[in-house]
Design a protein around this ligand. Structure first.
Ligand SMILES: [Zn+2]
Length: 214
């Protein structure tokens, strides 16, 4: 039975080949017969690929250039808005207006401090929490006293950091609100030069000095 299968397979293949041969007897016709079909296929492909390719090259060029132009326009508009916003901030007499880059520099410094303070506060909070859990029986009074002092010291530092953080965050908020650089006491300009040295200042020099004399 097994040898019969290859024979059947071969004969079937031979029959196919014979039929194929019969369908295209002369080599010349065979060539013509296949070429037009290939040409048709190519022609069929060509209209679909060429316009597609044409659109394909046109389309990517558009989306690439359009969002690029849009974001560039947005960036330009954003920069212009930033420059306008910076220029509107109060400065002291004789001082030049804030430029967007000057303000961005001050802001970057403030944001860096915000990040550092937040990390510091989180670290000290976990330290305080650790202190709470490690306080236990077996501590003598001196140990307990030292621990209480440490804890209070840590808390005080944490409160100072939180105050400082709040002050710096307020400075950034004031930049957003366009009120950055206005003295919180006399409402006169704090001054660009002063803010570039003490970016979180909320008082002008004279109000600060008056406050310190008290
Ligand atoms: Zn003032």
């Amino acid at each position: 039975m097994l040898p019969a299968l290859p024979v059947e397979a071969i004969s079937a293949r031979e029959a196919d080949m014979a039929a194929a041969g019969r369908g295209t007897p002369p080599p010349g016709k065979k060539a013509r017969g296949t070429r037009p079909s290939q040409a048709k296929k190519a022609a069929a492909k060509a209209p679909s690929t060429r316009p597609g390719g044409g659109e394909g090259t046109a389309r990517p060029a558009k989306p690439v250039s359009k969002p690029g132009a849009k974001s560039a326009a947005k960036r330009g508009a954003g920069q212009a808005a930033k420059a306008a916003k910076a220029a509107k901030l109060p400065v002291r007499e004789g001082e030049g207006h804030w430029t967007a880059s000057e303000l961005a520099e001050v802001r970057a410094g403030l944001e860096e401090q915000i990040g550092a303070l937040r990390r510091e506060i989180a670290a000290s909070a976990s330290q305080i929490a650790e202190g709470d859990t490690s306080e236990g029986a077996g501590d003598d009074q001196a140990d307990a006293g030292a621990k209480t002092y440490e804890r209070e010291h840590e808390l005080a530092l944490s409160y100072n950091s939180q105050d400082l953080l709040a002050q710096i965050e307020r400075a950034v908020q004031r930049m957003d609100a366009g009120t950055y650089g206005i003295c919180e006491s006399c409402a006169k300009p704090i001054g660009k030069a002063r803010l570039q040295v003490f970016p979180r200042a909320t008082l002008c020099v004279s109000c600060k000095q008056r406050e310190e004399r008290r």
